[in-house]
Write a protein that binds this ligand. Structure first.
Ligand code: SOE
Length: 374
């Protein structure tokens, strides 16, 4: 079978992650498109790929491209993903799927009408021990759920000199920290527990009111020309949800928490047991039991649920992490293109669900009222 031809649209930190995962999954990276034709040529050279596309029209006109990876700033997702789907290409579109609920709805409907593979990298689903937690909850090991809580904390925007397109609502969307990383947490916890968030009460704060002018890539050292600009997007957010089943959920999100690089953490407390997961310590699942007992489940190919074993590609003690999650997600997307149905593959429908939650979280933060999610 010939290799899948893919194009990467967008060359920031996450475009590079997609490129590596695509190659590892056996695809051929045909070319790249960037913020300008010059930048595309520069990256095509650095990546050693044949094509530097001028724009999305050139990408979708390439008959050797079957899959388009949309890795641009958020405001371009709708146009890029739509152009690709309309040209008959499969799409992996970064989250948030779109900056408005309306655009996310349009993309999900279009994807459904074409039957093409259309996925969104909610990649934290691909940690083996997250799959283990999900399997244990599905088997009833936790009993009825009593409380879900957690946080997703980063610090790469704690310096007022730091800036990035995500900070600008015109490019990133009306919510920053919640749409960027709170969206991951909500997708993950709904998927792991099988519970749907039904209503929300949220609050946003912009704790750094002015930021430097020069953009940095996420997690890169900031640079600034000295000028400062007013910021309106939120640095921190807190949200309480109630699930349709009546479970209370509490979430804290931040991009200004010193020392927290990418700490997605959740705990799910049931009547019989609890589980806790920490993305920065992702080889282990903590299991809390009655009578002051606790256990640690360690990731490995030899034990646990079938999905945990499937995704555990290295022996125990040989740490897997974020990169492996991304690789597994891209490989599963390509399997879906071959008409397989990999478990837990996040699709445009999940992207739409996430856009709905973000939309209602923004509404609640604005109105200061409990808001129905539906
Ligand atoms: C930046 O906050 C970022 O790259 C997010 O956009 C990703 O979704 C997250 O996985 C890592 O951090």
């Amino acid at each position: 079978m010939s290799k899948l031809g893919v194009a990467i649209v967008g060359t920031g930190m996450i475009g590079e992650v997609h490129r590596r995962a695509a190659i590892l999954a056996g695809a051929f990276v045909r070319g790249v498109s960037a913020s300008s034709p010059e930048r595309a040529r520069e990256v095509a050279l650095a990546w050693d790929v044949p094509r530097a596309y001028r724009d999305i029209e050139e990408v979708v006109a390439d008959p050797q491209v079957q899959v388009v990876h949309v890795c641009t700033p958020n405001h371009l997702h709708r146009a890029m993903a739509q152009a690709a789907l309309e040209a008959g290409k499969h799409v992996i579109c970064e989250k948030p799927l779109a900056t408005t609920l309306e655009d996310a709805r349009a993309l999900a409907a279009l994807a459904a009408s074409t039957g093409l593979a259309a996925t969104v990298p909610f990649v934290y689903r691909y940690h083996p021990v997250v799959r283990e937690a999900r399997a244990r909850i599905a088997q009833g090991e936790l009993g009825p759920l009593r409380l879900i809580h957690g946080s997703y904390l980063q610090d790469w925007l704690m310096d007022p000199a730091s800036n990035n397109w995500r900070v600008d609502p015109m490019l990133g969307g009306a919510s920053r920290v919640f749409a960027d990383i709170g969206s991951h947490w909500c997708d993950l916890v709904e998927w792991v527990t099988g519970e749907r968030f039904a209503e929300v009460s949220a609050a946003f704060e912009t704790v750094i009111a002015e930021r430097g002018a020069t953009a940095s890539r996420s997690f890169a050292a900031p640079t600034t020309d000295g000028a400062m600009h007013a910021v309106s997007s939120e640095d921190v957010a807190a949200a309480m949800f109630k699930t349709a089943g009546g479970t209370l959920v509490s979430l804290t999100v931040s991009q200004v928490s010193a020392g927290r690089r990418n700490r997605l953490w959740f705990e799910i407390d049931g009547a019989k047991a609890s589980v806790a997961f920490d993305q920065e310590d992702s080889e282990r699942l903590w299991i809390g039991l009655p009578d002051q007992r606790e256990e640690i489940f360690v990731r490995g190919p030899a034990a646990g649920s079938s999905e945990q074993r499937r995704l555990s590609v290295l022996p125990a003690g040989h740490a897997q992490g974020y990169g492996n999650c991304f690789d597994a997600f891209v490989a599963d997307t390509y399997r879906a293109i071959q008409a397989e149905r990999p478990e837990g593959l996040p699709t445009f429908d999940d992207g739409l669900r996430s856009a709905l939650i973000v939309d209602r979280v923004i509404a609640s933060a604005r109105t200061r009222a409990w808001t129905s999610i539906g």
